[in-house]
Design a protein around this ligand. Structure first.
Ligand SMILES: [Zn+2]
Length: 470
């Protein structure tokens, strides 16, 4: 091989229905953009690979993608060009395989949307997926044409895509009331108006076997959110504004407003004053390894390294960030992450893993530990071991049992968090949660470490925040 050879590029295009606009960007347009990119990068096009992918969730094989991977593995490709990373990979599993093919051969990835993609580090890989998501959000929010189309569709009472909300079903092209669900929603609304608690509604719905989209019972947050949907009163909202009242109503507007007033009444005492007021206290870390704490008032709130609490005075050379921009960035990151197309599957898989693998093993461990405890007592009673040996041995067993107890509690918590995020819109669900819940979700998903900012500390710089998946 001579150094004069120009890099050989593979162009990958895919039609997808991942986004709500339907078929998304046409293959022709993707191809055109990628060819331009090839020209700009000064690479020769060695092959064009195109798949027509009906559903991102089907996990169906993509013949062209497979062919491209083989060509990469055969050393026929130096660089991969795609319109954007979500065209390239649908699932984390695929991304891992892709990286395995590319990394040893130093095959780079460039996208029209995000430029060069760093797939060599875990945070690079997460960011690669993030970029794809952000690009999509942006195009959805920017596109006036799309917005008008959606608003138009909303006015006509058409469903805008995604899963049909609980309480309705599709009949031909229109949305009609699902009577079984509607009855529960009516009863729930009535219960709140008559002074019953959200917990009692949660219980009633669980007893009636009303499952959420994940197939589990709705938690109180979900129940509250369901009762607060403007759609229940036949109103359709779009970007926070009521644009139509043409959806079939489940409850009267009057009842909905009463219920809404009760559920959103901030003067009611909060269930518990949370220990941490701030999103990232004790979660985000300074580059020194200590966690950050929040301080200050109003607009001046900031996070600083915990080292200040140890010393009690200002110490330079540790992380310091204004609170609002950092909170906003981390929330946006989490929402984007939770909206990855395969996120629900991953959370479900994780739950399954906890359910299947760990627990039987643990149960056996626990049984053995208890048996050991009894055996120690027997040996002591028989005079085989001394009292100090009994105490020593028991202490060890107790410590292990306690560890198992903590594991079990952690698993239980994981399941609780899954209930929060396993909804039609995990990102929205995250945003709708209390700070305390958001904190737990962040903690279970990410490590967040702040990097030194250099001399100018003025503007918030996201590149100094390293977020890694756990
Ligand atoms: Zn520090």
């Amino acid at each position: 091989m001579t150094s004069a050879k120009t890099p050989r590029a593979a162009i990958y295009t895919r039609i997808s229905r991942d986004n709500k606009e339907g078929s998304g960007l046409g293959v022709e347009r993707q191809l055109e953009d990628c060819r331009k990119l090839a020209k700009a990068l000064g690479v020769t096009i060695a092959g064009e690979y195109s798949d027509n992918d009906i559903s991102a969730y089907s996990g169906k094989r993509r013949p062209a993608y497979e062919r491209m991977l083989s060509d990469i593995e055969a050393g026929a490709i130096d660089i991969v060009l795609a319109w954007h990373t979500d065209r390239l990979h649908r699932l984390t599993l695929e991304l891992e395989r892709y990286i395995k093919a590319c990394e040893p051969r130093q095959v780079g990835t460039h996208t029209v949307q995000a430029g060069k993609v760093d797939l060599a580090t875990p945070s690079g890989r997460l960011n690669a997926k993030m970029l794809g998501n952000f690009a999509q959000f942006e195009s959805e929010h920017k596109g006036d044409r799309i917005r008008r189309q959606k608003a138009q569709a909303a006015k006509q009472g058409k469903y805008l895509g995604g899963r049909i909300p609980w309480g309705w079903k599709v009949d031909g092209e229109s949305i009609v009331i699902d009577e079984d669900a509607a009855r529960l929603i009516r009863e729930g609304t009535e219960a709140i108006i008559t002074g019953r608690s959200i917990i009692s509604v949660t219980r009633a719905w669980a007893d009636a076997g009303a499952a959420n989209s994940a197939g589990t019972r709705r938690n109180t947050t979900e129940v509250k959110r369901t009762l607060l949907r403007a759609r229940n009163a036949g109103l359709v909202t779009f970007h926070g504004e009521v644009v139509s009242n043409e959806w079939p109503a489940l409850v009267s507007l009057e009842d909905f407003r009463k219920c809404q007033a009760i559920l959103t009444d901030d003067s009611r005492p909060k269930q518990s004053e949370s220990k941490f007021k701030y999103l990232l206290s004790g979660i985000a870390e300074c580059f020194c390894g200590r966690t950050m704490t929040g301080f200050g008032t109003m607009a001046k709130r900031a996070y600083r390294c915990r080292v200040h609490q140890e010393g009690g005075k200002f110490i330079s050379g540790h992380a310091h960030r204004a609170m609002q921009p950092l909170d906003d960035y981390v929330r946006a990151f989490a929402v984007s992450y939770l909206r990855l197309p395969d996120m629900a599957d991953r959370i479900r898989a994780e739950m399954q893993r906890l359910e299947d693998a760990q627990q039987p093993e643990q149960r056996q461990d626990i049984a053995e530990l208890i048996e050991r405890k009894h055996a120690l007592a027997r040996l002591f009673a028989q005079g085989v071991i001394s009292e100090s040996q009994l105490v020593e041995g028991s202490r060890e067993v107790e410590a292990k049992l306690e560890w198992h107890g903590q594991q079990a509690a952690a698993n239980g918590m994981q399941r609780g968090l899954a209930a929060v995020v396993l909804t039609d819109d995990p990102g929205g669900s995250f945003l709708a949660s209390d700070v305390e819940v958001q904190r737990e979700i962040l903690r279970s998903m990410f490590t967040i470490r702040l990097q030194p900012t250099g001399p100018h500390r003025g503007e918030f710089d996201p590149s100094t925040v390293k977020i890694q998946g756990r």
